[in-house]
Ligand binder design. Structure first.
Ligand SMILES: Nc1ncnc2c1ncn2[C@@H]1O[C@H](COP(=O)(O)OP(=O)(O)OP(=O)(O)O)[C@@H](O)[C@H]1O
Ligand SMILES: [Mg+2]
Length: 1042
């Protein structure tokens, strides 16, 4: 069987749907007691509680009441995530929780603008204070807040540890039992922002300050101070760390409680005090007072000769120092009392017992007043920040009442009487308000109201509080009546006055059966929740709550500011009797009722599962007892008198619409018609339900359960439909998301591309513009107008140049430079040429260099001079025109070491007759040698060579002029040679006579023999011809040059 119906909302949170868990009712019971089939059966009620408790489901609704069972263990259901889950969610939508109630109350306040209150009740240890803390925390965390409100939020939260330290104690029932009632108002502005707060405290159990039952403790603060105070602090306060040293702390014989950490709590309290705004001085004074209560407890008395005196001087000294009071006056006030009789003041000594009582009364009064002072001080920190806030319209209040539940002990005293009276009043309010709201709902929905039978406890309230006739009046009267009065005389008076009242009886008045379970000092009240016997002993004293005037006088002179604020001088002067404790309590309860009456209530009923404070234990007897005393069955009866279940049309239709084809999946018409159609389809009988104006009312839970079961059966189909639609929706959304993303990316990319293109165009346009402008101004000085253009022209010239640089020495091409680079260009050209030449030269071989040298010399001599020169340029000069074997060996031997370096065949013309003779012309390193086959015909040392002559025509004639002084020489040589340019160049170079070469323009005169000159004439003809000319001249006809 399924145990919880789960719904996953959009955020993925799991919701426990209330109606859903109806299907799990066999195991975890119903979430709302109004759905209990057998609503009048207490056993069924308790069984439902037990089932849920076993499943750790500690909360159950009963209409607008939240029943909470103390789990006595930490359930992880109070995290911020849980708070978040319950925020803004309809009350019945999720599983019952204190947060749901808190949130619902908060929203009701905001929407209806009506003050709200949450009443938390239950017996000691049932979890009231824990519940109120959770509610407070919920508001502190979840309500919207302004910056300046955070301090208020802190104050609200920090008030708890302080009040718990001073007002809570370990009792047998609860390790952290609140010994006072607390009502707290939280004020919200029209936006729902917490604006302030106020605390009212009720009936602090003062007797605990001086006495504790076995196994119980005094108020936490004493132990916290002893454990948490520093050594110096304790020294200064004259305190010992051991609580057993203090008589006010030893009565219960229980200095330590395992579930409490006094040391840490002290730190928490100190921090809280500073958050609340206590000054260091105030904290010190407060601590002094706590210490002085302990010292007061240790103050002892002795008695001698009827005189009572203080035996513990040190304690008095400590008190004097800590409270700043007059020591002697204190001792006097503790051992004597002042009486005023007939206007005269008399002092009468106290006996030992009275002195002890006076001391205890002082301790109780001091502690009680400090507690009230603390509450006031906290209230100051919680008050609205300014009058502006106060006057703001639309502010509302949520009240939080954490008050003791009905108490029934073995021995019930004055305190139980007050507490039970308060509960009686609360029950009255509860019934009244519940009926009122039920009736209001029926009226609003237009459904006939059927009168509900219920027990009206007004009669009991009257019994207690009625003027003159009520128990409280009688008690007050007995306290002030002159003459001997005691608790028993009070009982007699009660019997006299109230005897015969249906809800009152006493040992004396009771019948035999009742009498057996009552002592003589007891009276019995038949409360709405059950019968309680009260023991009258101590009633008068507790009601009197008297403190001797002399003690008040001492205290109001204290230099401790807090003490002097708590004990007012006016109180001593004012002779009027203060109100009795019970009347005071009655008044405050009446006031509380008025306050609550003006608000819309919600209830938290706390139940304690066992006395042992153990998790997981459910003591049925104990729970039954509480169910009874909390009046839960009565409430359920009232709530179930009409219809068990009601829900807004919308919510009902929304949930059950799948069960009817007409309403599924969407009902288009009026909601009420939709619901009618649905219930008719489901076969509801007319008596089973009623249609209100906005809600459907179902009389019996079983009708609802049947519907719920039908829904459960239908669920797989619905799940399938939901899954299909959800998947479709999810995929569509995914597709849409991707599509949107693609479009975004595309447009972004297109945008980027377009922007880039536009930027490029813009840059290009700018460039062109600059170029054009530069071009227009190109002839001007370098300026921003033309810099770009000029730079561009220059750089492109240089780039072109780099690309088209001449690659060899013969290449004379060179790009035309822009005007501004003419000089540079020229320089570069030269540089390049030098470079090429250098490169060229370094690559030339030695023989080619020689060739070049010779050609250069030839060029110097013949270029433009001799006609056959151009033809010769292309012909290489050879190393020799004769092979070595062509030169006769004999000639070589004759020459010896003078090696032949060049040889050529020539024709020599005789000096006389010009007869041509073939000869070899050899050039050695030192001379020109003319050889005829084997014979050296003539040798001309280079030194003897005077010059060389040639004609300017194409002929091959060369004439070697020798020095006429040289006797060895026969005369100048006339030679014909095919390679005249080469031969002349070589001879001139080897002889070092380059400058002595004469290219003659006309005839050449030469010396044929000593003293005899001859002439060679030159002329041009069609053919080369050498003949004897006129006058004995040699006539050379050279071929015409082309
Ligand atoms: N919701 C809860 N979750 C866990 N533990 C809890 C819860 N409620 C109460 N308790 C336990 O029960 C103890 C008693 O609870 P609490 O002090 O609230 O009781 P009370 O009703 O205020 O009693 P008293 O009337 O004595 O002040 C707590 O100290 C805590 O240990
Ligand atoms: Mg409490």
């Amino acid at each position: 069987m399924r145990y919880q119906a789960r719904e996953v909302d959009v955020a993925g949170r799991v919701r426990l749907v209330m109606e859903g868990s109806l299907t799990a009712r066999d195991r975890v019971g119903v979430q709302d007691f109004v759905l209990l089939e057998n609503f009048s059966s207490e056993a069924a009620f308790i069984e439902n509680l037990r089932r849920r408790f076993t499943e750790n489901l500690i909360y159950t609704y009963m209409g607008s009441v939240l029943v909470s069972v103390n789990p006595y263990k930490d359930l992880e259901i109070y995290s911020p995530q849980h708070m978040e889950r319950y925020r803004g969610v309809s009350y019945y939508e999720i599983s019952p929780h204190i947060y749901a109630l808190s949130d619902n109350t908060y929203r009701a306040m905001k929407t209806s603008r009506r003050d709200q209150c949450i009443l938390i009740s239950g017996e000691s240890g049932a979890g009231k204070t824990e519940a109120s803390k959770k509610i407070l925390l919920y508001y502190a965390v979840s309500c919207p807040a302004h910056e300046r409100m955070t301090s208020l939020r802190d104050c609200l939260l920090q008030s708890t540890p302080i009040l718990e330290a001073f007002g809570n104690a370990k009792t047998l029932r609860n390790d952290n039992s609140s010994r006072f009632g607390k009502y707290m108002d939280i004020q919200f502005d029209f936006r729902g922002v917490p604006m302030g707060g106020h605390i009212l405290n009720y009936l602090l159990e003062k007797s605990r300050v001086v006495h504790q039952s076995h196994g119980e403790r005094n108020y936490h603060v004493f132990y916290q101070l002893l454990q948490g105070g520093t050594d110096e602090q304790l020294l200064q306060l004259h305190l010992d760390r051991n609580p057993q040293k203090y008589l006010y702390l030893v009565k219960g014989n229980c200095p330590r409680v395992s579930s409490l950490n006094d040391k840490n709590s002290w730190k928490t309290v100190m921090k809280a005090l500073s958050v609340i705004g206590f000054t260091e001085g105030e904290v010190q004074e407060l601590v002094d007072i706590i210490a002085s209560v302990l010292h007061l407890g240790n103050t002892q008395f002795g008695e001698e000769d009827g005189q009572t005196y203080v035996t513990t001087e040190t304690e008095i000294r400590n008190l004097t120092q800590l409270l700043g009071v007059d020591g002697e006056a204190l001792v006097e006030a503790l051992t004597h009392k002042k009486l005023t009789a007939k206007g005269e003041e008399m002092i009468s000594p106290l006996d030992l017992e009275q002195a002890c009582a006076a001391r205890d009364a002082l301790a109780q009064a001091t502690y009680g007043r400090i507690f009230t002072w603390l509450v006031e001080k906290i209230n100051q920190s919680l008050t609205l920040q300014s009058d502006v806030d106060r006057s703001r319209d639309g502010s509302s209040v949520i009240g939080l009442l954490d008050i003791y539940g009905f108490e029934v002990f073995q021995h019930n005293s004055f305190e139980q009487f007050c507490i039970n009276y308060c509960n009686e009043k609360l029950q009255q309010l509860f019934i009244e308000l519940t009926l009122r709201s039920e009736q209001a709902e029926y009226e609003a929905e237009g459904i006939a109201w059927e009168a509900v039978q219920y027990f009206d406890n007004k009669v009991i309230c009257d019994l207690i509080e009625e003027k003159h006739k009520g128990i409280i009046s009688i008690l007050d009267e007995e306290c002030v009546r002159p003459g001997e009065t005691c608790d028993l005389s009070f009982l007699e008076k009660l019997e006299d006055t109230l005897g015969g009242h249906a809800h009152f009886t006493s040992h004396k008045l009771a019948n035999g059966k009742t009498r057996r379970v009552m002592s003589r000092e007891e009276f019995r009240l038949l409360h709405y929740a059950g019968d309680v016997n009260y023991n009258v002993s101590g009633f008068l004293d507790k009601n009197n709550d008297a403190l001797y005037r002399s003690l008040k006088e001492v205290m109001c002179q204290s230099t401790n500011q807090i003490v002097s604020q708590c004990f007012r001088r006016e109180e001593v002067i004012d002779q009027k009797r203060p109100e009795m404790a019970a009347t005071q309590f009655k008044n405050s309860v009446t006031k509380l009722m008025e306050t609550l009456m003006s608000k819309e209530p919600s209830y938290v009923r706390c139940i304690k599962p066992n006395e042992a404070k153990q998790p997981g234990r459910f003591d049925e007897v104990l729970v039954r007892h509480q169910v009874k005393y909390l009046g839960l069955m009565e409430h359920l009866r009232v709530r179930r008198a009409g219809f068990a279940y009601r829900r807004h049309f919308e919510a009902f239709l929304e949930r059950y619409k799948p069960l009817c084809p007409e309403t599924w999946p969407v009902w288009e018409g009026e909601l009420a018609d939709g619901v009618s159609t649905l219930v008719q389809h489901l076969g509801y009988k007319p008596e089973e339900y009623k249609m209100g104006r906005s809600k459907i009312f179902i009389r019996m839970p079983k009708t609802l359960f049947a519907t719920e079961d039908a829904l459960e059966a239908k669920r797989p189909d619905i799940a399938l439909i939901l899954q299909t639609s959800w998947r479709g929706f999810r995929e569509r959304s995914k597709y849409q998301r991707i599509r949107r993303a693609v479009i975004v990316i595309q447009s972004a990319w297109r945008g980027t591309k377009a922007r880039r293109r536009a930027r490029k165009r813009r840059e290009a346009a700018n460039l062109i513009r600059r170029l054009i402008k530069g071009f227009i101004h190109r002839h001007q000085e370098y300026s921003p107008d033309n810099d770009y253009f000029l730079d561009h022209v220059r750089s492109s010239f240089l780039k072109t140049l780099r690309r088209d640089l001449p690659r060899n020495v013969l290449d004379k091409s060179w790009p035309i430079p822009p005007p501004s680079l003419t000089e540079v260009s020229e320089y570069l050209r030269r540089l390049n040429m030098q470079n090429l030449v250098r490169k060229f030269c370094s690559n030339v071989l030695p023989e080619w260099r020689k060739q070049m040298d010779q050609k250069v010399v030839a060029s110097e001599i013949f270029r433009g001079q001799k006609d056959c020169y151009p033809v010769s340029v292309a012909t290489l000069f050879l190393g020799s025109r004769l092979e070595s074997e062509q030169v006769n060996l004999k000639v070589v031997q004759t020459l010896g070491s003078d090696k032949v370096q060049y040889g050529v065949a020539v024709t020599k013309y005789d000096r006389r007759g010009f007869k041509p003779r073939p000869r070899q012309l050899l050039l050695t390193s030192s001379a020109i040698v003319l050889v005829d086959k084997t014979k050296i015909k003539q040798r001309i040392d280079y030194n003897s060579l005077r010059g060389i002559s040639v004609s300017r025509l194409t002929d091959g004639i060369l004439i070697l002029h020798v020095l006429s002084e040289d006797k060895k020489q026969k005369g100048d040589l006339v030679l014909l040679c095919d390679h005249v340019i080469e031969v002349v160049t070589k001879v001139a170079m080897m002889a070092g006579k380059v400058n002595q070469v004469n290219v003659s323009q006309g005839s050449i005169r030469f010396c044929a023999a000593r003293g005899k000159d001859c002439v060679v004439d030159f002329t041009r003809g069609p053919e080369m011809k050498i003949t004897r000319g006129k006058h004995g001249h040699l006539l050379v006809t050279a071929r015409q040059a082309h």
